[in-house]
Design a protein around this ligand. Structure first.
Ligand code: SAM
Ligand code: SF4
Length: 344
């Protein structure tokens, strides 16, 4: 099933449809694997980043995105690593905004840790970015520092203010961490809703070697949901974004809470997305290793024929789904790559 939120491809556009009949109209593009934070569940303390020369240029990223838009992509999410630490990143947003203006693209958005948001909020809004996801796992200064290893909570909160003042709608992403922020979840929901923001809870996913035991971090959201239900009246709502989130509305606040539960719930049947890394690798599924190189066809010719063929071949291999598992027998990462490589 496809996202009801995204319109079908424009007339004359030959859409990308995978072997299971799913229309691929949403791409997530990681523009850098680097980040100014080192969140404990995402990265090791001493991460080895890609040499800068391996990265696609912003012009090349624009070409790939535009090739997808030409094949019916209606939504682009820029992510990372931290997308706003990539040099001249506003150049990419400005370039991609032409597809919004032309009506080919419905939504241009980003996921950010918020550290640079104060600086860029107005420019992002001017590029047509209307809704953004900001990751915030704790509003306790010390805990925030401990989780991110180097983040400054006040800077992120100032970024959120700036984005709201620029007219953007914010959704908070919060990774549920056992024994770390479990006690903050209910207050975070109340705070977010009070400030007109929805909040999505995320289960820790087994991606990348991070030097910590996943089983120690893993907090099943079924448990969290039961806890939230002790404080609020939850109503399931049929909102589907084609992604892993399931939503409830709280009667007391009118705000929404999303649950991303790859470990306790299978969400693949409505998947409408693929992911592209900053080196031009296309991952057809967040939870599988199979990938396609788009950099070679991109660089082999000035026109996009080879690129388009490579995209089409890759979509024809999109797998049905994934099977992440975390338990005592599976405390090693299911996938060697970090979330910061493929983007959240
Ligand atoms: N740096 C940006 C940020 O933090 O929002 C964008 C990239 S980050 C990889 C995207 C999302 O993935 C964030 O909300 C982050 O909390 C989440 N994330 C990272 N590693 C994860 C993991 N192992 N399990 C679940 N969520 C994870
Ligand atoms: Fe950076 Fe985002 Fe990963 Fe945290 S979750 S280390 S902010 S990429």
């Amino acid at each position: 099933m496809n996202s009801p939120e995204l319109k079908q491809a424009a007339p004359g556009v030959s859409p990308l449809i995978d072997p299971f009949g799913r229309r691929i109209n949403y791409i997530r593009v990681s523009v850098t694997d680097r980040c100014d934070f080192r969140c404990v569940y995402c990265m090791a303390e001493n991460m080895a980043f890609l040499p800068k020369r391996d990265l696609l240029t912003l012009e090349e990223l624009d070409r790939i995105c535009s090739a997808f838009v030409a094949r019916g992509t209606r939504k682009i999410r820029i992510t990372g690593g931290e997308p706003l630490v990539r040099r001249n990143i506003m150049g990419l947003f400005q370039a991609l905004s032409r597809h919004l203006k032309a009506g080919a693209l419905e939504e241009l958005t980003l996921t950010t840790n918020g550290s640079q948001l104060e600086k860029y909020a107005a420019e992002l809004a001017a590029c047509g970015v209307r809704r953004i996801n900001v990751s915030l796992d704790s509003r306790d200064r010390e805990k925030f520092k401990a989780i991110t290893r180097r983040g400054d909570l006040d800077q992120v909160l100032a970024g959120i203010d700036a984005a709201q003042n620029a007219g953007m709608k914010i959704k908070i992403n919060m990774v549920a961490l056992k024994g770390v922020n479990d006690d903050e979840i209910v207050p975070a929901i109340a705070w977010a809703h009070e400030h007109g923001m929805d909040l999505t809870l995320i289960e820790v996913m087994p991606m990348g070697e991070i030097g910590a035991e996943r089983i120690d971090q893993y907090l099943p959201l079924t448990q969290v949901r039961a806890d939230i239900a002790r404080h609020f009246t939850l109503r399931d709502i049929p909102l589907r974004t084609g992604g892993p989130a399931r939503y409830v509305e709280l009667a007391e606040t009118g705000g929404k809470v999303g649950f991303i539960t790859p470990l306790t719930h299978n969400f693949c049947e409505s998947c409408n997305r693929v992911r592209i890394t900053c080196t031009g690798t296309l991952y057809m599924c967040l939870g599988q290793e199979d990938s396609a190189d788009l950099r070679a066809p991109l660089r082999a010719a000035a026109n996009d024929d080879l690129l388009d063929a490579a995209i089409e071949n890759a979509i024809a291999r999109k797998p049905k789904g994934h099977d992440f598992v975390i338990d005592r027998a599976h405390s090693r990462p299911a996938l060697a790559r970090h979330m910061s490589v493929t983007g959240g």
